[in-house]
Design a protein around this ligand. Structure first.
Ligand code: SAM
Length: 405
């Protein structure tokens, strides 16, 4: 069945008029609308807030499903792991975790959280790094619109150090530095910029011009230490360290999770890219630059497509791979949103339900149990782009809970 044929079954009305039951060839599916977790910000372990990441979900989301559908010692997975929200929450709840992302940046952000170090170790290590070694600036990329020359020299020295030193302390420092590369306050290394998105150089130059600013000097060491203290303030460091041997991070495509064992995962909590709502390559370019990840390593591999047929094919193939790695009767909680598609509002939860009912896709693999629609306020980022209801982005979390047949 083509996506057009499938879409004829799909309600494209606004969120307010959505039915609480979806009728499928296999019977009705309940759609629950509720506030399943708090809309308040930063209520969970401080490690979750170590980095901003495009389209990451709140840690309350995995916590909700992990607490209801798994027991300590079970394995929880996320094939689109991003900054590692699911695996960190799994570790904090004594579950074994496995997380994957096609972008190698995901592993750089997630690994230090599931294997953290102490603030004393970080402080001691920072003292050993030579931030002021001479650097041949002529050989470096021009980042003068973001950084003061002295800040940039320190940043290059840190980057050079991190190419050769990779123990857990170094990796924690790297993760923390990644969170400080650009932002709007004095705690960041850059001139006034966006914290969640790496904006293009020309846009940064325009911001500087409009605000009449030149990047001022920002000392790197003290900012890393300050942020690391905040990140580690919830504690549980020793417990996480002990539990780290049960956690696994992989880098690759969600359709082929080579390093994930068959029938090993009890629950998947995940959120795929929503068509082309987010440009994961462009929006993380400063982070990938800092990590020395070549653009070709992510471009073309990250799936971000406006084509609904291609998206459905991609999700369907991912679901088949998830079917392989799940234990019998294992569960997938897949978070999707509502997107604008060809001028209409499309609820991707309904597309997922259709995939699981269609012979051509995942009919014999999954049974949809329930759909959870968490009504949520817009994020600060959405507000600043003036994204409002039913026009552009997503304003609800829709989680389709599926059971392996
Ligand atoms: C919505 S984000 C997930 C964010 C994550 N839940 C978190 O809290 O950080 C989707 C992720 O899918 C990744 N991705 C895109 N295409 C992929 C693919 N083919 N295989 C695996 N991951 C992919 C992106 O790099 C991005 O990190």
């Amino acid at each position: 069945m083509s996506s057009q044929a499938l879409l004829r079954n799909i309600n494209t009305e606004s969120a307010a008029s959505q039915p609480s039951e979806l009728i499928t060839p296999f019977g009705p599916i309940t759609r629950r609308f509720d506030e399943f977790w708090t809309a308040k910000q930063r209520q969970m372990h401080s490690l979750h807030y170590a980095n901003s990441y495009r389209a990451s979900f709140k840690p309350e989301l995995p916590e909700y499903f992990i607490s209801r559908f798994t027991s300590p010692g079970d394995r929880v997975g996320d094939p689109f792991g991003g900054r590692g929200t699911t695996i960190l929450q799994a570790a904090l709840m004594n579950r074994k975790g496995v997380s994957n992302d096609v972008n190698p940046l995901g592993e750089r952000l997630a690994a230090p959280k599931i294997n953290p170090v102490t603030i004393e170790e970080i402080s001691e290590r920072l003292e050993k790094i030579d931030f002021n070694a001479p650097v041949d600036m002529g050989r470096e990329d021009d980042m003068s619109m973001f950084y003061h020359p002295d800040t940039y020299r320190e940043l290059i020295n840190l980057r050079n150090y991190l190419t050769k030193h990779r123990d857990n302390v170094d990796r924690f420092i790297e993760m923390t530095a990644l969170s400080r590369l650009h932002g709007h306050s004095n705690g960041f290394f850059s001139a006034y910029s966006f914290p969640q998105i790496s904006i293009p150089k020309v846009n940064q130059a325009k911001i500087n011009k409009t605000r009449g600013i030149e990047p001022d000097y920002r000392d790197i060491k003290s900012r890393i230490l300050k942020k690391a203290k905040t990140t580690l303030k919830s504690g549980q460091i020793e417990e996480l360290k002990r539990w780290a041997k049960h956690q696994k991070l992989t880098t690759g495509d969600s359709r082929d999770l080579k390093e994930w064992e068959s029938e090993s995962v009890h629950l998947i909590v995940t959120s795929p890219p929503f068509l082309n709502q987010v440009d994961y390559v462009q929006d993380t370019w400063i982070e990938t630059w800092f990590c020395g990840i070549p653009r070709e390593e992510v471009e073309g591999k990250i799936v971000q497509t406006p084509d609904l047929n291609k998206w459905m094919e991609f999700i369907s193939r991912t679901l088949s791979e998830l079917h392989r790695v799940l234990v019998p009767s294992g569960l997938v909680a897949m978070e999707v949103g509502e997107v604008r598609h060809q001028g209409e509002l499309l609820n991707l939860d309904e597309v997922l339900v259709n995939l699981t009912c269609s012979k051509q896709y995942n009919q014999d693999q999954f049974r949809v149990k329930e759909i959870y629609v968490q009504s949520q306020q817009f994020t600060k980022l959405a507000n600043c782009f003036r994204v409002d209801n039913n026009k552009l982005g997503t304003n609800t979390n829709r989680i389709v809970l599926m059971e392996k047949i």
